[in-house]
Ligand binder design. Structure first.
Ligand SMILES: *[C@@H]1O[C@H](CO)[C@@H](O)[C@H](O)[C@H]1NC(C)=O
Ligand SMILES: *[C@@H]1O[C@H](CO)[C@@H](O)[C@H](O)[C@H]1NC(C)=O
Ligand SMILES: *[C@@H]1O[C@H](CO)[C@@H](O)[C@H](O)[C@H]1NC(C)=O
Ligand SMILES: *[C@@H]1O[C@H](CO)[C@@H](O)[C@H](O)[C@H]1NC(C)=O
Ligand SMILES: *[C@@H]1O[C@H](CO)[C@@H](O)[C@H](O)[C@H]1NC(C)=O
Ligand SMILES: *[C@@H]1O[C@H](CO)[C@@H](O)[C@H](O)[C@H]1NC(C)=O
Length: 688
């Protein structure tokens, strides 16, 4: 009793006076190292388990929530303070947190003596596949005297073996070395490698590297948490030793520490760390005619080993951070120009999340991009997940969209999928892109046929690549045949919002199909199929006229589209309207856009506009699609509601795309975390 009371007091005391600012917002979870489906470490901030966004005082987690312990301590004039994680309870004071598209920056104070800037950078270099292929992230710690007097400073950081497997009973093994470019590193891996396997969504194969400059004053130690952290706490240095008792991750918790004695610090000093994963083989794939292949990580085309990759990455910090800062500035500027400050707050929070769900694989001559449907079910290159995400890829580099669609086309064009409609995904669970040769994938026929036709045209328009349309003309025509059959009266089926259940005659789904037919007419024209173009366009125009009677509640005040035909009391986000504007088709009359812009404000709740009348929850990505084609005032309403949600949501995992519009929490039983679909925030950015 007495003990826990004391603990509580200590805990509270350590936060008194430690109010940090958060700019441009306090996200539900702060991205720390977010670079691929397997390098995805966050700091929970929302009140459902998070501490409000303070780096010290709680452990960073892998995206689903299990701890990926990452510890930081600083010793100033002999007194030890924690600046990251929870290795000790005497925490530094965090004064500010700021995020940009690629950076998370914490400013901290150690009493009135020392100032620290702790910067996490997960580089995004969309035009540089070599750099983008590296599954590595930076942690840069800058230290300066705050009171003008020199202080004796030692800096410490470690990671634990929790990073290398989701199974805490798995045996970890480790090694220590120095690269030829003088980067000191701990290499940590699962002793028994389980190729292409996951546990708790963590990769059960590959080697983790945790490195820093091998400079004067560096010491290292691998061993039990209490020993290694204890050595630093007591001495400010580590033993330069390695405990060779390879053991279970949770057995006397092995940790991998570095300490740097910065000596007497008066102006500024810094220590740079790199952390990442090296897997030679990344994906199991069955799309090639030749059969099953083990697709290498793309970085293997540029670097011969994990240590070479680490060496390059670590020494590339100047270039890589400059490229990332350029991207940060571009996104900031374009977002503010397109939608203002609130919009920028949203877009910049989605960049690492969207790029962190994909992995560059294959070879430099034959590259692929694979995407994980993170958290919902792990499907690979899910067509209706790529679709909501695709705006961010068109904005940054259309080549990314092409490489994401490549295995989807390949599997179907090589005759490895039996259905007449488009496949839903290329494999039931990452990293096995083993397709669905039995045709028993999650059937979303109308949705995926529409998505494929729309995205093929969108890519070709952005990349000015009509040859791409000719190359895939046959299968795009086949999918359009399906749209022509099903789009006007959609059969009882699920849409992409499968969690909401199946329904016949879905107004929004029909619209996707109809726009898909008009998109095919544009593809026909671009590939010299004029007769087919006029035929498809005639059908699309006929359908869209009929759709305006079937799918609109004309007598409602104000009128609006329905969730399904004839259900005049129902409504929903008409997010599929977006593609009409994106592809500059002008198929849907302006009156429909205006009607929806007038309607949405009448059904908004505290944190958003519900997805449809079946539930109070909404989809963040679809709100942003609807906002992108709404009037200015309605668009700003959507952005403002979402920013309010970001700042106030109790959720404490990476930016969800599914939340309750009244409570701001996850809907009961459905927790969507870190999904790439949030790249859809860029929908507005790619409109003219
Ligand atoms: C931290 O960042 C702020 C703002 O950029 C800067 O003024 C300050 O000098 C930095 N401090 C250190 C220790 O680098
Ligand atoms: C991928 O397939 C392999 C068999 O080839 C299997 O051992 C592994 O568990 C699968 N991975 C996942 C995540 O399902
Ligand atoms: C501190 O350093 C001394 C001298 O190198 C060493 O004997 C001692 O074991 C260290 N303490 C810890 C806790 O590692
Ligand atoms: C779809 O709507 C049409 C027109 O209202 C109706 O005739 C048809 O029965 C509906 N289909 C289903 C499956 O409910
Ligand atoms: C026009 O479309 C209809 C319906 O898909 C199809 O039966 C017909 O063959 C098409 N005609 C041409 C010239 O493409
Ligand atoms: C729905 O409204 C339309 C007019 O927009 C009307 O023709 C139709 O009868 C109404 N349906 C029902 C079920 O009330």
């Amino acid at each position: 009793m007495h003990f826990s009371f004391c603990f509580l007091v200590t805990f509270l005391v350590s936060y008194v006076g430690a109010a940090s600012t958060f700019s441009p917002a306090r996200p539900p979870a702060i991205p720390l190292a977010v670079k691929s489906p397997y390098l995805s470490v966050w700091l929970g901030a929302g009140s459902d388990g998070g501490n409000g966004g303070y780096l010290a005082g709680q452990w960073p987690t892998f995206w689903p929530g299990q701890i990926s312990a990452w510890a930081g301590m600083i010793r100033v004039d002999g007194t030890v303070h924690t600046w990251m994680g929870l290795p000790g309870t005497n925490t530094v004071e965090q004064v500010a947190y700021e995020y940009t598209s690629t950076h998370s920056i914490f400013r901290m104070r150690v009493g009135s003596m020392v100032e620290m800037n702790v910067t996490f950078l997960s580089p995004v270099t969309p035009h540089d596949l070599r750099r983008q292929s590296l599954v590595f992230s930076y942690l840069d710690v800058e230290v300066a005297s705050l009171d003008g007097r020199p202080h004796n400073v030692q800096l410490y950081a470690d990671i634990t073996a929790e990073w290398v497997s989701g199974d805490r009973n798995a045996i970890a093994q480790w090694d220590y070395g120095v690269t030829k470019g003088d980067v000191a590193y701990h290499k940590i891996y699962r002793q028994t490698q389980l190729l292409f396997s996951e546990d708790g969504d963590q990769a059960e194969w590959g080697e983790w590297y945790w490195g820093t400059d091998n400079e004067k004053g560096l010491t290292y130690q691998a061993g039990a948490d209490v020993d290694v952290r204890g050595a630093f706490t007591k001495n400010g240095t580590l033993a330069n030793s390695k405990d060779d008792n390879y053991r279970a991750i949770s057995s006397k918790w092995p940790v991998f520490g570095f300490a740097r004695d910065l000596g007497s610090v008066s102006s500024t000093a810094n220590v740079l760390f790199s952390v990442g994963l090296a897997q030679d083989s990344a994906i199991q794939y069955t799309g090639k005619v030749s059969g099953t292949t083990a697709e290498p990580s793309l970085w293997k085309s540029y670097f011969s080993s994990g240590t070479d990759a680490l060496d390059f990455f670590h020494h590339d910090h100047d270039v890589s951070s400059r490229l990332s800062r350029e991207l940060d500035r571009q996104i900031e500027k374009d977002s503010i120009a397109a939608g203002g400050q609130d919009y920028m707050t949203i877009t910049t929070l989605t960049v690492r999340q969207a790029f962190g769900a994909v992995q560059l694989c294959g070879t430099s001559e034959d590259p692929y991009i694979f995407m994980k449907e993170i958290s919902s079910n792990g499907n690979m290159n899910t067509v209706d997940v790529i679709f909501p995400a695709h705006p961010i890829f068109l904005y940054t580099n259309p080549e990314f969209l092409k490489l994401l669609l490549k295995p989807i086309f390949e599997i179907q064009e090589n005759g490895k999928y039996p259905n007449s409609y488009a496949i839903h995904d290329i494999g039931a669970h990452y990293p096995n892109a083993t397709g669905h040769p039995d045709g028993k994938d999650e059937a979303m026929p109308l949705e995926e046929c529409g998505n494929m036709v729309i995205m093929a045209l969108a890519y070709a328009m952005h990349a000015k690549d009509d040859a791409y349309l000719s190359q895939h003309y046959g299968i795009l025509s086949k999918w359009t045949t399906y749209l022509v059959q099903d789009a006007i009266y959609p059969a009882h089926q699920i849409s992409t919002d499968d969690f909401a259940g199946p329904l016949a005659n879905q107004t929004n789904l029909a619209l996707k199909g109809i726009i898909g037919i008009e998109a095919m007419a544009a593809i026909d024209s671009r590939t010299g199929h004029e007769q087919s173009a006029s035929n498809n366009s005639r059908i699309a125009h006929d359908y869209i006229n009929r759709w305006q009677t079937l799918g609109v509640a004309q007598n409602a005040r104000p009128p609006h589209t329905t969730l399904s035909y004839g259900s005049n009391d129902s409504h929903g986000l008409l997010y599929n309207l977006y593609a009409d504007r994106e592809l500059r088709l002008n198929l849907v009359p302006d009156s429909v856009y205006d009607m929806q812009s007038t309607f949405y404000p009448t059904v908004k709740a505290k944190y958003g506009v519900p997805l449809d009348t079946r539930h109070q929850y909404t989809k963040t990505d679809w709100e942003l699609f609807a906002a992108a084609v709404a009037s200015t005032s309605t668009r700003e309403m959507f952005h403002s509601l979402i920013v309010t949600w970001i700042n106030e949501t109790p959720t404490n995992r990476a930016f969800t795309d599914l939340y309750e519009t009244v409570s701001g929490n996850y809907p009961s039983g459905i927790t969507f975390i870190a999904r790439p679909v949030m790249g859809g925030a860029f929908a507005l950015m790619i409109l003219d």
